[in-house]
Design a protein around this ligand. Sequence first.
Ligand code: HEM
Length: 369
Amino acid sequence: MPELDPAAIPASRRRKALAWIAIALIVAALALAFAWVAGWLSPGRLTPQRFTNAIEAANGQVWRGFRRAHAKGVCVAGYFEGNGQGTALSSARLLAPVRTPFVGRLSIGGGSPYGLDARARVRSMALRLDSDDGQQWRMAMNSFPFFGVSSVEAFYEQTRANTPDPATGKPDPVRQAAFARAHPEFARFADWAAHAPWSTSWANTTFNGVDTFRFVNRAGEVRNVRWSMQPQTPFAEMTPEQRDQADADYLAEDLAARLARGNLRWDMVVTLAQADDPVNPSQSWPEDRPRVTVGTVVVESSSAQATGACRDINYDPLVLPTGVEASDDPILAARSAVYSVSFNRRQHDIASGEAAAATGHAATRESDR
Ligand code: HEM
């Protein structure tokens, strides 16, 4: 057999072969990157997919077509009105004295879209604000004033400790106690959950951003901040007896009744950190930090989440306008990644027609009690 002289192969065929090899290498590199991101190369690594699987397991079942956390809620719409006090702190257009429309969502914590409102310790407000400069600011805030644990891994362990035991249908108290022992910082959150007064409505609940962000002003000055939406509706406490008697969906019913009488308002209050204040959301800042009211959230209407504009929004807390940035807070990036997986799963459920009945509450309400 004659020796194959490479020089004898026409240059065009050599180029073609090299091009195919290059394509194959790119495809292999992409497959490797994909496998790495998906966690297939390191089975023990905590990935957004694995975290979302744990949340689904803790929910006791996969509620197809719904957010894997904060599954029950309503869409709201309105505007944010800046008062100009925030413009010295951040160049975000929203903080100028202008009105910025939003599509928002009020919800309760928990993974079931049929959860009982009066049993949900955590209530939430999410906003997607669309400024007239084409930028967006998305926020997702909770009624708790600080996060229960200091790391993503600890929150994963908390989620796993709260997963129902198949034998009893309830979380294993031994496992929960072991989690609390391993994470002593959680005691402060447990104390808040046990003793903080319950408000009677979404309308008189304070919603806290909890995570730490950076405000950057036009001069390039940077400050760490946290913000809260403080209700203009006066606080009223809901007694345990009132909670026992409340309708499963009383929050949405109460909201609709209040909106029929007029708009609802929350002041956005920004707290400014001092140099050494921690960015970790499990650690509170001293009470004496300066606070600036920068504007007002005005809710004008509500609609069912099954058909409302909030259904297909991922309230990713890292979608930020110029003038607002993420801090080194370790929880923020994990939130963004896990919300994306949760969003993609529910959008897939909806697109493939696998979403659970998304409208009525009645069907499973009694069996949920
Ligand atoms: C590592 C920590 C956290 C994880 C893994 C996590 C997980 C999730 C997931 C999976 C969703 C559903 C997202 C969707 O399908 O659109 C969600 C929603 C939400 N989370 Fe978190 N979360 C974390 C921390 C926090 C913190 C610190 C806050 C506090 C401000 C918060 C507030 C909310 C709110 C308000 C919603 C509902 C947003 C909406 O209405 O769409 N989360 N979370």
